[in-house]
Design a protein around this ligand. Sequence first.
Ligand code: NAD
Length: 286
Amino acid sequence: RGKRAFIAGIADDNGYGWAIAKSLAAAGAEILVGTWVPALNIFETSLRRGKFDESRVLPDGSLMEITKVYPLDAVYDSPEDVPEDVKTNKRYAGSSNWTVKEVAESVKQDFGTIDILVHSLANGPEVTKPLLETSRNGYLAAVSASSYSFVSLLRHFAPIMNPGSATISLTYIASEKIIPGYGGGMSSAKSALESDTKVLAFEAGRKHNIRVNTISAGPLRSRAAKAIGFIDMMIDYSLENAPLQKELTAEEVGNAAAFLASPLASAITGAVVYVDNGLNAMGVGV
Ligand code: NAD
């Protein structure tokens, strides 16, 4: 049997999640997707109307199939956690069973088990504000959507993950080095995500034989990155200063994720793997 992957955080064909799905599909995995509830409608409509067909093409010429798209809001663990204004919001009211616990239950009902869990989502409502000007709520929201969301996903999916399964999240070097402009507590959220990668590698490794790794990716012009506002500058900076002077493609991150999810990486867990043209290794720009 081929492997089954659940990828949380795909809402278009520009981000890392989409590229990871493609690399996993090219390697023979079945693809399930979790899409943020407010973005679900447009994503499904675009899929159905063939808007992504060009970017669905795999190396062998076939089109990536997405077996099922689940609505997901990874900020809520179970229905009791959803505030009234969200419940009745018309973008949410049209969908159901989108809390993390319910999505894991739905996947279990539909497919039984999975082998690969990918977390490719982040949100920081105050990302454009310096940390020094970030509110408590903004900071906590960033950590909730970008860090705890992974803890929650792993916690709820672990029971339906086959032994030997792998999980991957996406992080950014702003967790460990100063990247002015990556504000709103997002740098803090990525630090938490990386630290949790180690602790969860231990806990999920011992308890379930699940591997936990994170990819520290270089800059990509995704929808989320454009919202931060400095993405073109970061891409130019990398082009000028990284050991490899080429633009980083989402596909390169997708391929690294496929490797980490495969038996080729069977002894790799608790790792932060840099897929950034080597930029992290530079001490000064030259
Ligand atoms: P993206 O916009 O393609 O992906 C982010 C996704 O998160 C979106 O689909 C969005 O709908 C979803 N999302 C937001 N809040 C959510 C919630 N509460 N529940 C469920 N889904 C939610 O952008 P991307 O840049 O590909 O981001 C994917 C991951 O890669 C993120 O963790 C990001 O921090 C990381 N990353 C990105 C870059 C970059 O330069 N683009 C660099 C390093 C790391």
